[in-house]
Ligand binder design. Structure first.
Ligand code: ADP
Length: 219
């Protein structure tokens, strides 16, 4: 189990196991069919855990925001509450954000230095193909904005699968595949760790079943 700074409940990236460690201790199971060749180097760059994303001390955490970059419920509400009012002040001055795009602010009182705000699609507002494209764009733009800002460690929640109604079984392969493609591209070379942070036990289980299809066990 990951240990943590007991006083604030903060979890440092160095305390979060990577896929290499998870496979070794069998908390993650090999999948028989693999989409990509196995890569220990990439498995060292990915983590999955069930936690509150506001506790993660990464260079950036990602917020599932809305088009106005205003306050809201869900993970957005939790991030706003933990960061303090300056986060909302800065994000409201950014003139909103398109669906599928990303914008960055400071993290203020969060243990993370930055927040990257992405706006996921509302599942029932688009046809399936467009919803999938917009969700993929959220992960890609989030990662691109991270690289542009020198961010090396980044934690993602499960975008659009709460209030925005995207079924997590459809969303998780898109999230995981987009991260895989980015990490193995030249553009994603400087990213050292991507952490998928799930809030519910079932959501975590869906990710733990899907990840080995895209990040196959390497030895
Ligand atoms: P969206 O509007 O994009 O659907 P939500 O905030 O409603 O965003 O939900 C996105 C996901 O974030 C959901 O799976 C929800 O369970 C999860 N979530 C809510 N609070 C937190 C938190 N503090 N840390 C991590 N994930 C969270």
């Amino acid at each position: 189990m990951a240990t943590r700074n007991a006083s604030r409940g903060v979890l440092n990236v160095s305390e979060i196991p990577t896929l290499v460690e998870e496979y070794a201790r069998r908390s993650l199971h090999r999948d028989s069919g693999a989409v990509y060749p196995p890569s220990a180097a990439l498995n060292r760059k990915l983590s999955v855990l069930r936690d509150d994303i506001t506790k993660i001390s990464a260079d950036a955490i990602v917020n599932a925001a809305n088009n106005r970059l205003a306050g809201g419920a869900g993970v957005n509400g939790a991030i706003q509450a933990a960061a303090g009012p300056q986060l909302l002040e800065e994000s409201l001055a950014l003139n909103g954000c398109d669906t599928g795009d990303a914008k960055i602010t400071k993290g203020y009182m969060l243990p993370a230095r930055h927040v990257i705000h992405v706006v996921g699609p509302m599942y029932y507002q688009h046809d399936k193909k467009e919803a999938n494209r917009l969700l993929e764009s959220c992960y890609l733009r989030g990662l691109q904005v991270a690289v542009e800002n020198g961010i090396k460690t980044i934690a993602f929640p499960s975008i659009s699968t709460g209030i925005f109604g995207f079924p997590i079984r459809e969303a998780s392969p898109i999230a995981i595949n987009t991260v895989r493609q980015f990490l193995q591209s030249a553009e994603g070379n400087t990213i050292e760790r991507v952490i998928f942070v799930l809030f519910g036990r079932e959501d975590e289980q869906v990710y733990r079943t899907t990840i080995p299809k895209y990040f196959h066990q390497s030895e």
